[in-house]
Design a protein around this ligand. Structure first.
Ligand code: VGL
Length: 216
């Protein structure tokens, strides 16, 4: 079973957007089925890592990407906004319940690094490594991991088909070995999740079913 060998001293565990706004705890935001169940797997994968980081969507309440009705969700944002693509329901708004980490995770203070993204109303990034869709403005995650001598990043979080996928690809392009823990992820939709996993596998991300496959 244990087939994915990890050198703990050179490994980081990345909790991507594990926030209540992406779970049934906040049904009016962007609830992902089972999103509130991933904390034990995220905690387990972190046992194999020397450093643990978390990213958070920290959105304003109003922005051009906010869908004002269910019909607008996933419709393109009209206008000249290079760092916006489609509309989403309001989610993970700063200062609200949806912005908080899901139950069962460490306090934010206990992570080695907390990355906040998405606070500019004109930017709705998915990946946690850049503030913008065009990937010009680093959040500092890649530079911090490099400075720490990290070579492998184990990734989980919400959601597989958007923020987890994009973060994994950004890390891979930056030269890290990336391991995606499926049991520590949940997806917005089954179809886009299958596509995401195919794309990640083809790009070179190692996909494991659960942390049971990790070994020292
Ligand atoms: C996400 C859709 C919109 C995610 C964020 O965290 O995967 N998905 N905003």
């Amino acid at each position: 079973m244990a087939s994915c060998h990890i050198v703990k001293g050179k490994t980081a565990s990345f909790d991507v957007d594990p926030q209540r706004g992406f779970t049934p705890l906040c049904p009016d935001e962007l609830p992902v089925a089972g999103g509130d169940e991933i904390a034990p797997e995220l905690n387990q994968q972190a046992q194999f890592a020397r450093l643990r980081l978390v990213s958070k969507d920290c959105h304003p309440a109003a922005a051009p990407w906010v869908a004002n009705s269910p019909a607008e969700i996933l419709q393109p944002v009209a206008g000249d906004y290079p760092n916006l693509d489609v509309k989403w329901p309001p989610h993970c708004v700063i200062g609200t319940e949806g912005n908080r980490l899901i139950p069962g995770l460490p306090d934010e203070d206990d992570y080695d690094l907390v990355i906040e993204k998405g606070s500019d109303p004109l930017m709705h990034p998915y990946g946690a490594c850049f503030h913008d869709l065009v990937e010009d403005k680093s959040t500092g995650a890649i530079e911090w991991l490099r400075r720490e001598g990290i070579e492998t990043v184990i990734v989980g979080g919400l959601a597989t088909d958007y923020c987890v996928k994009t973060t994994a690809l950004q890390l891979l392009r930056a030269g890290f070995r990336v391991v995606l823990n499926r049991a520590a992820c949940r997806c917005v939709a089954a179809e886009t999740s299958v596509q995401a996993l195919d794309e990640l596998r083809a790009a070179g991300v190692e996909i494991i079913a659960s942390s049971c496959e990790l070994a020292d």
